[in-house]
Design a protein around this ligand. Structure first.
Ligand code: FUB
Length: 313
């Protein structure tokens, strides 16, 4: 009887619809959103902030997924994976990106490598379903930190974002302080050519590529505390023309991390804030206790983006 009750409680807590307001979820701290539109459904992948306060640093062990068919009611599916499911990783489940190719779901994500390699690395996991189960697709990191160039730092290989062209060519964008990209092979788990550096100003991290009409948009966290800036190009290879700030600093979160999608004819800007107030003796949201929020994204007639207006509803 006891195990039935435990199973029932687990099912209930993972299938409860949450209402659409900002921040989206209050029962759990979520960060680094990466949304995927698949089969008339939005799958929202997030990091999971578990730091007990905003004093020391991030504490992130696993990634969560929520889904919605209307951007209002969200179903929580529970964690899809933890950082240490990559046997070569030490932990630290930082920012990720999910894409679908030929019926398989590829989860590119940031983790700290074990002591055999310095700093952070990018791993890839794969599944037949957007909600998992996911398993390491390579058995080692896709991108590791070689610390060979002067611009390398401990975490310059973080925050993967994938863009797949209409002809199936896929690219991985990533980086901290130095924005980089590389082509992926058709198998999605090997680089196809050299890693190239992108020329954009004030880059901090969190690259994201989307396309609308003839323009590619490269958005990213800029400066620190982070705003979101963006650049435009008519080619995935650039040159990228800087367009300025897309979103201001999000409340009391020093970092920001955006995901941009179009769903049922509307564009959305998904990001994180530190907006959850202190409650029941618990510290408030903040730089290490972040929460995902969603607002609308609007285009000007010339293709440039209107600055995002952050709302609480
Ligand atoms: O969540 C950990 C790190 O903070 C992410 O990888 C960055 O994008 C920033 O949000």
């Amino acid at each position: 009887k006891k195990s039935l009750l435990v199973a029932l409680t687990a099912t209930l807590s993972f299938s409860q619809p949450a209402l659409a307001k900002n921040p989206l979820f209050e029962h759990v701290f979520t960060a680094d959103p990466a949304a995927l539109v698949h089969d008339d459904t939005v799958y929202l992948y997030t990091g999971h902030d578990e730091a007990p306060n905003n004093d020391v640093f991030f504490e992130m062990h696993d990634w969560l997924v929520f889904s919605s068919k209307d951007m209002k009611n969200w179903t929580e599916h529970g964690p899809i994976m933890k950082a240490t499911d990559f046997k070569w990783a030490k932990g630290e489940a930082w920012a990720s990106h999910m894409v679908e190719k030929d019926g398989k779901f590829y989860f590119y994500t940031t983790v700290r490598h074990d002591d055999t390699k310095p700093g952070f690395a990018v791993g890839v996991a794969v599944s037949d379903s957007p909600t998992g189960p996911f398993k390491d697709a390579i058995g080692e990191a896709l991108i590791t930190n070689d610390m060979t160039s002067q611009t390398d730092n401990d975490w310059d290989d973080i925050d993967p974002a994938i863009y797949i062209e209409e002809n199936g060519d896929a690219y991985i964008f990533f980086g901290n302080l130095v924005p980089k990209y590389a082509k992926l092979k058709d198998n999605m788990i090997e680089l196809d050519g050299p890693i190239k550096v992108i020329d954009i100003p004030d880059f901090t991290e969190a690259l994201w590529v989307h396309k609308k009409g003839k323009y590619y948009y490269l958005s990213y966290a800029c400066e620190f505390p982070e705003k979101i800036c963006y650049a435009m190009s008519e080619s995935i290879h650039g040159p990228w023309e800087y367009q300025g700030i897309l979103n201001e600093i999000a409340g009391n979160s020093e970092t920001n991390h955006q995901s941009i999608i179009e769903f049922k004819g509307k564009s959305y800007f998904i990001y994180h804030t530190g907006a959850i107030p202190a409650r029941k003796g618990e510290p408030s949201g903040g730089r290490f206790r972040r929460s995902v929020a969603i607002d609308r994204l609007y285009y000007n007639e010339d293709g440039t983006l209107k600055r995002v207006i952050m709302t609480t509803e």
